[in-house]
Design a binder for this molecule. Structure first.
Ligand SMILES: Nc1ncnc2c1ncn2[C@@H]1O[C@H](COP(=O)(O)OP(=O)(O)O)[C@@H](O)[C@H]1O
Ligand SMILES: [Mg+2]
Length: 290
C-alpha cells in the first residue's frame, strides 16, 4: 500500500494557508505527524480523509486518484477528527451501530465486532450509558472505536491521545500496534512523547510545510553530537539563551541546569555531551525553520 501526495496546497483564504506545496509518500506502518499548533496537521488529515478538497495537488492511493474518486479511500478508511463530536443521547453501543450504518458495515458479524471494539477501548462496562455522560478520555476512546469499525486499511487519527490518561495511552498504543502490519496509520500530535513511543516514521511539520520525514534515528541524527548539558549561574542564563538553542532548564538553588543545542560548546561552561532525543531534534528543526 502506498499513499503518494504531491504538491498539495490548501489555501483557506487570502491570508490563511493550511498547506503549501506539500509532498510526502506514506507506506504501511505508523507515521507520526509532529508539529506545533497551526502547522497544517489537521488540514493534511482532512484532505486525506476526503473531508476537505485541496486547492492544488494530487493524492494517489495505490495508483487511484482519491481527490476525484474519494469513494476509493472512504470504503477502507477510519478517521478520528480532532474535534470529534458525539451524539450525547446515544449510548456507546447505539452510537457504534449508527456509525456502522453510515459506513455501510452490517451483517452477522457486527454485534461481535462492536463488542470486540468496546473491549479494545475498555468501554464494555460503560457501553449502556449515554455518551453525553462520558469523560473527555472516554469520548476519545469511543472515537477511536468508531474509526476501527469497518476494519480499515488506512487509519487517520488526529490528536488521538488528547484527554487519555497514561494507562489509556498504553492501551491505545497496543491497539494501534496490532493493526500496523498491514495498514497505513497516520497519527498527529504536538507532543513529542506521544509520537516517539508509537511511530515508526516521523514527519515534522511547520507552517504548512514538511521539514523532514524519516525513521526516528534519522530524525534524531540532525542533532547527534550537538546536545549538551551544563550548569550556569542564574545570572548568566540570559546571555546564554541569546547564543544557543535551549531545550530546557532546571533550577537548582543559585544555579540552573541547562540542556542546549550547539555546534560548538563553550569550554568555559564545562558542558557535557548528552545523547540526543526526538524532542531535541524536533525543537532544532522547528526552531531553525521559524
Ligand atoms: N477552516 C479554516 N479556515 C481558515 N483557516 C484555517 C481553517 N482551518 C485551519 N486554518 C489555518 O490553517 C493553518 C493550519 O491549521 P491546522 O491544519 O488546523 O494545523 P494543526 O492541525 O497542525 O494545528 C492554521 O494557520 C490555521 O489557522
Ligand atoms: Mg490540528
Amino acid at each position: 500500500m502506498s499513499l503518494v501526495i504531491k504538491n498539495l496546497t490548501k489555501q483557506y483564504n487570502k491570508e490563511k494557508t493550511g498547506l503549501s506545496d506539500y509532498s510526502i509518500t506514506i507506506e504501511k506502518g505508523i507515521l507520526g505527524l509532529l508539529g506545533p499548533n497551526g502547522a497544517g496537521k489537521s488540514t493534511l488529515m482532512k484532505i486525506i480523509a476526503t473531508i476537505s478538497k485541496p486547492t492544488r495537488g494530487t493524492l494517489f492511493l495505490d495508483g487511484q486518484d482519491i481527490v476525484n474518486n474519494p469513494d476509493y479511500i472512504r470504503r477502507i478508511m477510519g478517521y478520528l477528527p480532532q474535534d470529534f463530536g458525539v451524539y450525547p443521547n446515544l449510548n456507546a453501543y447505539e452510537f457504534l451501530e449508527y456509525i456502522a450504518a453510515l459506513k455501510g458495515v452490517g451483517g452477522a458479524g457486527l454485534r461481535k465486532r462492536i463488542d470486540m471494539l468496546l473491549e479494545g477501548v475498555n468501554l464494555t462496562a460503560d457501553a449502556k450509558r449515554p455518551i453525553g455522560s462520558y469523560s473527555g478520555g472516554m469520548k476519545q476512546r469511543i472515537g477511536i472505536a468508531q474509526a476501527l469499525l469497518n476494519d480499515p486499511k488506512v487509519l487517520i487519527f488526529d490528536e488521538p491521545t488528547v484527554g487519555l490518561d497514561p494507562e489509556e495511552r498504553v492501551r491505545f498504543r497496543q491497539l494501534i500496534s496490532d493493526l500496523a502490519d498491514d495498514c497505513i496509520i497516520i497519527l498527529s500530535s504536538h507532543i513529542v512523547s506521544d509520537i516517539e513511543t508509537i511511530a515508526d516514521e516521523v514527519a515534522i511539520m511547520k507552517n504548512g510545510m514538511l521539514l523532514d520525514k524519516a525513521i526516528q534515528p534519522e530524525i534524531i541524527g540532525h542533532v547527534d553530537g550537538k546536545v549538551f548539558e551544563t550548569m550556569l549561574e542564574n545570572s548568566d542564563l540570559h546571555a546564554f539563551k541569546a547564543k544557543h538553542l535551549i531545550i530546557n532548564t532546571t533550577r537548582q538553588k543559585e544555579k540552573t541546569k541547562v540542556r542546549y543545542i550547539t555546534k560548538t560548546p563553550e569550554s568555559e561552561t564545562a558542558s557535557t555531551p548528552v545523547s540526543a532525543t526526538l524532542e531535541d531534534a524536533y525543537l532544532f528543526l522547528t526552531h531553525n525553520n521559524a
